[in-house]
Write a protein that binds this ligand. Structure first.
Ligand code: TA6
Length: 305
């Protein structure tokens, strides 16, 4: 468990004019990346990429103005890491939704200035007495984040124990949009989904996705990339993936937004979650010594006028 001071982190991992460690809202360390292509921020709390902004662009990721940065809490926004299960625990409702990786402090493994001007930051989390109470397996998680004109995020789950484990999860990305009622999401047309707002009923997506109410869907058996078409911001944000056969789309809308303590009442108009997942039946068995990669690449382009 990382308790490195910000001074220690800067001494070991800072890169002049590119990577530095600063105190986040609660004093917990945040990696600040500023390079030739983009600015980004990564909270060690939950290894959450809380910000990504290519130069000349509006922020790509949404971060609630009421987000809480505290040990044991998930940050409302950016890219929370759901692991080793997605949603409610499969058998024990007393265990935390979306697992524990997003609520724990991660350690820095290394930082690298890439030849093309991009920056890579690698963070890690391993099992300990507390995680084994929640999930009795030995593991090593690594998150590699590459900040450039695109954002690449790879979660590698390694089984460091002697028995196989089954895991699920998601890169639970919150995207900043100009007006959620004006966007469309392409890439899941004709794909089956489980509609959590409609009691878990199975449906098939007709045409591009639009958001006009609370939306909470697990699209199943899909390896497709998704594109958020945002006419208000004049851009298309594409999410490509590997190691995932399910995609989750979420917007809490008005009523649920009001029930979330760490989310502004009207912030639902500014965001949509499009999540690269191993959700529902899309779980993964990892043998001792084995590993699973969950990968995402976010790119942005202009809408042709
Ligand atoms: O990813 C969608 C979802 O599973 C929704 O059901 C909703 O609860 C959302 O995650 C946020 O969950 P959280 O535990 O962060 O409040």
């Amino acid at each position: 468990m990382s308790t490195d001071s910000i001074q220690d982190l800067n001494a070991r991992f800072a890169i002049a004019d590119q990577v530095s460690f600063v105190a986040g809202p609660s004093g917990s360390p945040v990696v600040s990346v500023r390079n030739a292509h983009a600015d980004a921020a990564i909270a060690l709390q939950g290894a959450d990429v809380t910000g990504f902004q290519p130069h000349g662009q509006e922020p790509i990721l949404f971060l609630s103005r009421q987000a809480v940065y505290a040990s044991g809490k998930a940050i409302r926004g950016g890219i929370p890491i759901c692991w080793p299960w997605f949603g409610p625990h499969p058998t024990d409702p007393a265990k935390p939704d979306h697992g524990f990786a997003r609520t724990r402090p991660w350690s820095v493994r290394d930082t690298t200035a890439m030849p093309d001007g991009a920056t890579m930051v690698r963070l890690g989390l391993t099992d300990d007495a507390e995680t084994r109470v929640l999930w009795p397996y030995a593991f090593a998680l690594e998150l590699a984040v590459t900040v450039g004109t695109t954002l690449e995020v790879t979660l590698v789950a390694r089984n460091t124990g002697h028995e196989p484990f089954v895991c699920g999860g998601a890169l639970h990305s919150y995207f900043h949009v100009g007006d959620v009622t004006a966007i469309t999401i392409q890439g899941l047309e004709g794909t089956a989904y489980v509609d959590k707002v409609d009691g878990g009923r199975s449906q098939v997506q007709q045409g591009p996705i639009t958001i006009a109410g609370e939306t909470d869907r697990v699209y199943t058996d899909t390896t497709a990339s998704c594109t958020i078409v945002d006419p208000t911001l004049g851009r298309r944000v594409t999410v490509a993936k590997e190691g995932s056969r399910s995609t989750v789309v979420w917007n809490p809308w008005r009523d649920k937004a009001r029930r979330l303590a760490d989310f502004g009442d009207d912030e639902y108009t500014e965001m949509v979650c499009v999540e690269v997942a191993n959700a529902g039946g899309d779980t993964v068995m990892v043998a001792p010594g084995g590993k699973h990669h969950l990968e995402m690449m976010i790119s942005v382009g202009a809408i042709a006028s």
